[in-house]
Design a protein around this ligand. Structure first.
Ligand SMILES: Nc1ncnc2c1ncn2[C@@H]1O[C@H](COP(=O)(O)OP(=O)(O)O)[C@@H](O)[C@H]1O
Ligand SMILES: N[C@@H](CCOP(=O)(O)O)C(=O)O
Length: 324
């Protein structure tokens, strides 16, 4: 459950009075998600999503995020569209938080990832990267390699209570990742959080899953394109027992490469990019695990799920471990 900021019926009606979205019919806090407070809105003109941005979103960066979403949609990607109020502004404030209303996307995110999801996801990622070209404003990755040592430092006090020896292991892993981190790979606008809960599917006429929408662009940034693929390999290609599903990985990478072939340098860097992607999500989960305020309506995610991924990638000798 991720609702950090509660809104009253009266506050919401006052907020909506600035929009031409009709009358409020119903609204409800959305159980899913981790970072922000999301509400499903139904008005007399349709369904919308109201997001109140919380701690990890810098308000000064919201114009970049919303501008990227507009650009991607204008270039054919199915992603939420910010809705402007009558004064032309989409970014506003509600209950003391930055807030925006976006269009509601059809589809369901896969609670159980099947191989049939991974090819369409790989193609959708490549389409996202292609649609992002031409959006020239850059946003540095605030959770990139430069952030991992400071984030680990903020986890030192509580880390070993999660698992004895965890901090020492992460110190060693991080040193190896940073030493091997690539310097010069193709860059562009990346999603940087394309987990299953941020990808909607509908079945096509033949019953096969097709991507119907991508959401949650609030970690998007300008970084290595192949790093976005690494994030997806971690999020989509490990089984519940934490085994790596090479068939899913091969399907995802093949579909991605059918639209944007990876360079030799990207292929060679894939294991360390996957290690870094695992480290990034392990650290944010570990921080949240030890810092989430009591009573916050959020389902914390287990950092140790990413320790197993980190160990897999550390042991991967080359791209053959990924089905290539
Ligand atoms: N544009 C949208 N259309 C339909 N459902 C959405 C949309 N945006 C968010 N949701 C719903 O809200 C949930 C949480 O959204 P998400 O952006 O993942 O939260 P967070 O901002 O915490 O990362 C999603 O899993 C989905 O169920
Ligand atoms: N995807 C991250 C947590 C952020 O989740 P979101 O719902 O805010 O996109 C993770 O799994 O650690």
């Amino acid at each position: 459950m991720a609702v950090y900021t509660e809104i009253s019926d009266e506050a919401l009606r006052a907020y909506l009075s600035d929009y031409s979205l009709g009358e409020l019919v119903a609204f409800r806090g959305i159980a899913e998600g981790v970072e922000n407070s999301n509400y499903a809105l139904k008005t007399t003109t349709g369904d919308y999503i109201l997001t109140l941005y919380e701690k990890r979103v810098d308000p000064a960066e919201l114009p970049w995020f919303l501008g990227l979403m507009r650009h991607l949609a204008a270039h054919g990607l199915s992603c939420p569209q910010p809705v402007a109020a009558r004064d032309g502004e989409a970014l506003r404030e509600l209950c003391g938080r930055p807030a925006a209303i976006c269009t509601f996307l059809p589809g369901v995110w896969p609670r159980r990832v099947r191989q049939g999801h991974c090819g369409p996801l790989g193609a959708a990622l490549a389409e996202l990267h292609a649609a992002g070209t031409g959006f020239t404003a850059e946003r540095p990755n605030s959770l990139g390699p430069q952030s991992w040592a400071p984030l680990l430092d903020r986890c030192r006090a509580g880390g070993d209570a999660v698992q004895p020896g965890l901090i020492a292991e992460l110190d060693g892993q991080l040193e190896g990742i940073l030493r091997a981190w690539p310097r010069d790979l193709p860059r562009g606008q990346i999603h940087a959080d394309l987990f299953p809960d941020n990808v909607f599917f509908l079945d096509d006429a033949g019953g096969a899953p097709r991507v119907s929408g991508l959401i949650d662009f609030y970690f998007a940034c300008t970084d290595f394109l192949a790093y976005d693929l690494a994030i997806c390999l971690n999020a989509w290609c490990f089984e519940p027992d934490f085994s790596f599903n090479i068939t899913k990985a091969r399907a995802m990478i093949h579909a991605y490469q059918s639209l944007r072939p990876l360079t030799e340098a990207e292929l060679a860097a894939l294991p360390v990019l996957c290690r870094g992607a695992a480290m990034r999500f392990l650290l944010t989960r570990l921080f949240d695990w030890t810092h989430t305020p009591a009573g916050a309506m959020v389902t914390r995610k287990d950092p140790l799920e990413y320790l197993k991924r980190l160990r897999f990638h550390a042991a991967a000798q080359d791209i053959h471990a990924y089905g290539l």
